[in-house]
Ligand binder design. Structure first.
Ligand code: G6P
Length: 484
């Protein structure tokens, strides 16, 4: 395919930096994208000529794509950023099968090891249809990227939605320098091999078609290398971080992602946040504040976190009336039954806690599912203790964001299975996320910690959390791609 573009950096991700909604009068309104991936990629330096290729995820996104030539939106007029975006209008049926069926119900579950294995997964004819759709969806990205890329363009492909894109793009444009970044964990070989053999092979060779494939921690990179050895029989040089397979060499790297401390602190000091802090203060009174903030996502382990809080109140009744747990769980992936069921389970356990311990003058738990970013930041600033207990998590930016904006120092109860534990483990209270009593004990220790120790630990956590801001994370990957 002939190249038309002159862009020298291309970013590709399923979800982009903006989403659209139809306002009441039918007009299209643009909103900034949520999530760590979007804010990390938005750190592309202004001197770089970049375009961001992403999928239209709703009818309103599709209408916006249709309103611009080839779906190319110039976002300069929006406060959400200045990187031009190309929104791909992929057939809604193909998109749903690829996004819900393969990316979120299969690959997300594999990499986070979420299957309830007596029943799942089942690879049948319906799966094969979804798998074909995933191929078509990845090919739509490869087509658009091939078209946008000028000579020598560096392309950064993001995440498990786009595992096949590096391979499909290389077929179309062998001249490009291609990177792939995984924001999730990578499954170890025994678990990865749940996938049908041909699917496992295609996923690995898809990623290996990149010149540089990188991960958030050494543990996820090592799991990928082991899969390459076991599934493909590839030869792996761990010292140099190289995989050789089918006549190609791929460099494997680790690029941890952190927070841009200065701009995050500035955002957390806006009037909307201070306003929410006043509201929270009146709810919490002089009690200790225990906070969690997550997407209502299976891997975040919210139910066990609440069970641990209940266990704390039962085994340490001295905390009754002296602590308030604010649990903010934002809606996520509600097209999937499992996610709706999970949100229902979170509510059920929350209600049980309120029924068991609530009294006219004490709300033990404030559980909210409304999307209110300013309120999350207010809770971050005021928390005495934060619980971040995922079953498995690529990094977990909440664990890094809280110490950066904490007003009085926050004690962090952190899952050893979160990528963030590598950098933050020393100054957190690390837990096995499946062990409710251990988690409850850690909550007790954290709530009992002296203000001086909390502050001292918090300032060390904040230093580490700010060590790899998105700008550097992105620049390091782009630098790797100049070597090809
Ligand atoms: C989290 C993960 C990313 C993933 C994103 C997708 O942020 O860390 O790896 O790309 O979720 O979420 P979505 O809401 O777009 O399905």
């Amino acid at each position: 395919m002939a190249s038309e573009g002159n862009t020298n950096v291309l970013l590709a991700s399923n979800r982009g930096p903006v989403s659209f909604i139809h306002a009441d009068d039918g007009s299209l309104t643009c909103r900034g994208g949520a999530g760590g991936l979007a804010s990390a990629l938005a750190a592309v330096p202004s001197e770089v000529d970049a375009t961001w290729v992403c999928a239209a995820m709703s009818e309103a996104d599709r209408a916006a794509a249709a309103s611009a030539p080839r779906g190319r939106l110039d976002l300069a007029g929006y406060e959400t950023g200045t990187v031009p975006v190309r929104l791909l209008d992929i057939d809604p049926h193909i998109f749903a099968q690829a996004y819900n069926g393969i990316a979120n119900s299969t690959l997300w579950f594999v990499h986070h090891m979420l299957f309830d294995m007596a029943d799942q997964p089942v690879f049948d004819a319906a799966f094969r249809q979804q798998w074909a759709a995933y191929g078509a969806y990845n090919a739509a990205f490869a087509d658009a990227l091939a078209e946008e890329a000028g000579p020598g363009t560096r392309v950064l492909v993001q995440d498990y939605h786009l595992s096949l894109t590096p391979g499909l793009l290389r077929e179309r444009r062998p001249d490009l320098a291609i990177g792939h970044f995984s924001h999730t964990p990578w499954a170890p070989p025994d678990y990865f091999r749940l996938l049908p053999d041909d699917v496992a092979v295609v996923l690995l060779t898809g990623v290996l078609a990149a010149d540089y494939a990188s991960f958030l921690t050494a543990r996820w990179a090592e799991a990928f290398l082991s899969c390459c050895e076991v599934v493909l029989g590839a030869s792996v040089d761990r010292r140099r971080g190289l995989v050789e397979h089918a006549g190609r060499q791929t460099k494997i790297g680790v690029n941890p992602l952190g927070v841009d401390a200065a701009s995050f602190r500035a955002r957390a000091d806006q009037p909307d946040v201070r306003d929410r802090m006043a509201g929270l203060r009146s709810l919490v009174g002089g009690r200790k504040l225990l906070v969690r903030v997550d997407r209502a996502e299976l891997s975040k382990n919210i139910v066990r976190g609440l069970l641990a809080y209940r266990d704390l109140l039962r085994r340490h009744p001295e905390w009754q009336g002296r602590v308030v747990h604010v649990a903010l769980a934002y809606p996520s992936r509600h097209d999937l039954d499992k996610y709706r069921e999970y949100s229902a389970a979170v509510h059920r356990v929350g209600k049980e806690i309120i029924d068991e311990f609530g009294s006219p003058d004490w709300d033990p738990l404030i559980l909210s599912v409304d999307d209110d970013y300013a309120r999350s930041l207010a809770a971050y600033r005021m928390a005495h203790v934060a619980v971040v207990n995922p079953l498995r998590d690529g990094m977990n930016l909440v664990a890094k964001e809280i110490p950066i904006v904490s007003d009085d120092g926050c004690a962090l109860v952190l899952s050893r299975e979160a990528g963030a534990a590598v950098e933050l483990g020393e100054d957190s209270l690390l837990i096995n996320p499946f062990d409710i009593q251990e988690t409850a004990d850690a909550l007790h220790v954290a709530l009992s910690m002296s203000p001086a120790e909390r502050k001292a630990r918090n300032s060390r956590l904040a230093m580490r959390a700010g060590a790899h801001p998105p700008g550097r994370w992105l620049a390091d990957q782009l630098a790797e791609l100049t070597k090809y």
